[in-house]
Design a protein around this ligand. Structure first.
Ligand SMILES: [Zn+2]
Length: 316
């Protein structure tokens, strides 16, 4: 069977990454530029088109199915990036329309968390699944819900905000203005907050991260300390897993998926996070679902996942 190609573009607040993706999920050529260099929508579009041209030239001008773009608040129904707090210069820019007119290729825009779900479906561990959910742990917590092999979009294209479901009544203040959202416990900053809270509650801590102020912490540092036996860091991942497992058990009550895939930076902690997550999930799962739903790590390589997800937007 002949291979087809798509370009996947992940627009982030800091960097824009582009890659040429073959239909078997191999990311062949990639390049990136700092999104922050482009202070207006016009300069961004110019830079992006130049980068697409460069990518195609490097790749020997393959025949493309189209271009998929994943971005925070990317909306597949409108083809715009809406109200992007990290990308104010691109807010409400009709990116799909602009690029289709300029490049004469199909363009699909979607939110990065939904794109991740499509990436898992087209190129990853959900190739043979009908119903699954992906949860991306990063600065926030994003999620994509696939039912009967279709991404759930909701009325306005923004379904699947599992990160903003309230897990702890009157809990930590969330970036959305409410309290106790999953995101405040399971995102990178949630993990750091948990460590900081535990450290403060203990009163005295002489562990490996003693020299790090709360604002210098990262999940990577905490995971490294936990791997070397730091008790407070291990407890931080146990708490995080407890919350994440609880959130996943709630997801199953709503959607009864075949699998839940976890991805994003903090999942690189591996069993440190996965073991307590699976335990809490099992402890809190409604009995009718017991042994029916698995939580797995994404099958996509972490540095390709965003580009593959974006490319998958065009494959549907
Ligand atoms: Zn929230």
């Amino acid at each position: 069977m002949s291979q087809t190609f798509a370009i996947g573009i992940d627009i982030g607040g800091t960097n824009t990454d582009l890659g040429l993706v073959r239909s078997d999920g191999e990311c062949l050529t990639r390049l990136n530029f700092p999104t922050t260099d482009c202070t207006t929508a016009d300069t961004f579009v110019e830079r992006l088109c130049a980068a697409i041209g460069e990518l195609l030239e490097k790749s020997g001008s393959p025949t493309l199915l189209g271009i998929g773009i994943g971005a925070p608040n990317g909306n597949s129904l409108t083809g715009c990036i809406e109200e992007a707090s990290n990308l104010p210069q691109l807010s409400n820019l009709p990116l799909k329309q602009i690029l289709e007119e300029r490049l004469h290729l199909p363009v699909a825009v979607g939110n990065d968390a939904n794109a991740a779900a499509l990436g898992e479906m087209v190129y990853g561990g959900a190739k043979d699944l009908q119903d699954f959910v992906t949860i991306t742990l990063g600065t926030g917590v994003g999620s994509g819900i696939v039912i009967n092999r279709r991404l759930l979009l909701g009325v306005h294209g923004n379904a699947g905000e599992i990160g903003h479901s309230i897990l702890v009544p009157d809990g930590r203040l969330c970036s959305c203005g409410r309290r106790g959202c999953v995101e405040e416990y399971a995102s990178a900053r949630g993990i750091c907050k948990t460590f900081a809270e535990l450290r403060q509650a203990k009163g005295s801590y002489n562990g490996m991260l003693d020299g790090f102020a709360d604002n210098q912490l990262s999940p990577k540092l905490i995971a490294e300390a936990a791997q070397q036996g730091d008790a407070l860091s291990i407890e931080t991942f146990e708490r995080t897993g407890y919350y994440l497992g609880l959130a996943c058990a709630n997801v199953v009550s709503h959607l009864a998926p075949q699998k839940i895939f976890l991805m994003g930076g903090p999942t690189q902690a591996g069993s440190l996070l996965m073991n307590p997550t699976r335990k809490s999930f099992d402890d809190n799962l409604l009995s009718i679902y017991k042994s029916q739903v698995e939580i797995e790590l994404t099958h996509l390589r972490s540095n390709d996942a965003a580009i593959l997800g974006a490319a998958a937007l065009i494959n549907l």
